[in-house]
Design a protein around this ligand. Structure first.
Ligand code: SF4
Ligand code: SF4
Length: 440
């Protein structure tokens, strides 16, 4: 289709593999007997446990207090008893304290009913509810949502842009949400309109989801809700907030600046649904939609999952692993993390669990850089990945940072396209970590 908007610089077109799950309705996953709920599920300071071993907890009860401005509260996903508080490893390899809860026997999740009482609340009160409900960006970034929605004094949000792009291959949880929770999403947008006070609201959806484009557009029209639905050309990483802003508005967020510097606030469509649930259903964030997919799992599907559920259980619910699986990834194949422990719990940031076969795992022997420049051509941030990697390889972290390392989104376009199979993204991640250490 000609004339579709997209971001102009770099980007790639990996095989989507969305057809494994994009027609699979979201089903409620079984709730395990033991749930391991980490305190560090978000960007910023980990929450501090607000319960102790032996405490009886109820579904939705605060079990972790936000520990600073950039932090998020954590809530119990079930009625049960705190068995212990211990350290666990997260998908990204970081350690986190976690509250281990044994589910009460015969536990039945509470039914939530919709209330309109939020309409009498002020913008500040509503954002406070979002904060107290532990809402974070569900697209994977897990940035505390209330901080994003609290537009600083003197700034103005011209655009509230909703991210319905879901450009990572395989994942379809957001696609299904747009189809199955359309009314909730529009109500969530009404809530955000009151908090953020944007001049315009737009939702960007890639053209491989024509049913979602149609459904959202029709629902907004039926409710007389002013929403610009922007169909976008397929291109990865369009779900990155800077690329999405560029695609929808043509504006460029400067290096090191936030979207509000160009009058934009961006929020993922799953987060909008979570905002609706927090405000209109008074339900904190303790479950989310997860795609369990890849050719290494027998029956891929989409699930509504309680935080703290081991990924092993979801793989089993999807028919278990096929004989020839090569690796398990949490998140998408481009930006996700390979996990080795199937007891790793689902967290607020878990958008997908991929079980991939050898055929799906791009491999190949690493060779010396061919100086082909392909990585430079596909970098959406206009960086020089090969140059930065060489600096990092020689422990010259400051030089890598001076070359723009901190602007790297770790999107993986460079590594995907590199014919020499150089682990460019791993290099960028390491370089950032080491660079930050040197500076602090
Ligand atoms: S991972 Fe970083 S360097 Fe590589 S393409 Fe993405 S933004 Fe550019
Ligand atoms: S794509 Fe790979 S081989 Fe080509 S210049 Fe970049 S790092 Fe070197």
């Amino acid at each position: 289709m000609k004339g579709l908007k997209t971001f102009p610089r770099g980007g790639i077109h990996p095989h989507g593999n969305k057809n494994l799950t994009n027609s699979k309705e979201i089903v409620k996953a079984d709730i395990p007997g033991i749930l391991v709920v980490p305190m560090a599920q978000h960007l910023g300071a980990p929450a501090q446990a607000a319960v102790a071993e032996g405490d009886v907890v109820t579904e939705g009860q605060l079990i972790g207090k936000a520990a600073g401005f950039i932090s998020a509260a954590v809530h119990s996903p079930v009625n049960g008893t705190v068995k212990e508080i211990r350290d666990v490893f997260m998908a990204n390899g970081m350690k986190s304290s976690a509250v281990v809860i044994e589910k009460e026997e015969g536990f039945v999740p509470a039914e939530k009913s919709k209330s309109d009482s939020w309409k009498d609340k002020s913008a500040q009160e509503l954002n406070e509810t979002i904060k107290d409900s532990g809402i974070v960006g569900l697209g994977g970034a897990t940035f505390p949502a209330n901080v994003k929605y609290g537009v600083p004094k003197g700034e103005k949000a011209e655009y509230l842009i909703i991210n319905g792009v879901e450009c990572e291959p395989y994942l379809s949880a957001d696609h299904r949400l747009m189809l199955e929770k359309t009314e909730a999403i529009i109500e969530g947008l009404r809530i955000l309109k009151k908090i953020v006070e944007p001049e315009k609201i737009a939702i960007g959806i890639e053209i491989n989801k024509p049913d979602a484009i149609e459904k959202i557009r029709k629902q907004a029209e039926a409710e007389n809700f002013e929403l610009e639905v922007v169909p976008l050309k397929l291109k990865y990483p369009q779900g990155d907030e800077k690329q999405l802003i560029k695609a929808v508005t043509g504006r460029e967020v400067p290096s090191g600046a936030l979207p509000i510097s160009v009058g934009c606030v961006v929020s993922n469509v799953g987060t909008v649904n979570a905002v609706y649930e927090a405000v209109a259903l008074e339900k904190p964030l303790y479950e989310r939609t997860v795609s369990v997919t890849g050719h290494g799992v027998k029956n891929p599907g989409n699930y509504l999952v309680r935080v703290g559920t081991p990924i092993r259980q979801l793989i089993e619910a999807s028919g278990g692993m096929a004989d020839k699986f090569a690796k398990v990834v949490i998140g998408g194949p481009m930006m996700g993390f390979t996990v080795f422990d199937l007891d790793t719990p689902v967290t607020k940031g878990t958008s997908g669990i991929l079980v991939l076969t050898d055929r799906e795992v791009s491999g190949g022997q690493r060779t010396a850089c061919l100086s082909c420049g392909k990585c430079v051509g596909v970098c959406p941030m206009g960086l020089n990945p090969t140059k930065m990697f060489k600096y990092i390889d020689h422990d010259e972290y400051q030089s890598a940072m001076d070359t723009g390392l901190m602007d790297c989104k770790e999107c993986g376009c460079c590594a995907f396209t590199c014919p020499a199979h150089i682990p460019l993204v791993q290099g960028m991640r390491l370089g950032k970590k080491m660079g930050r250490k040197k500076v602090s």
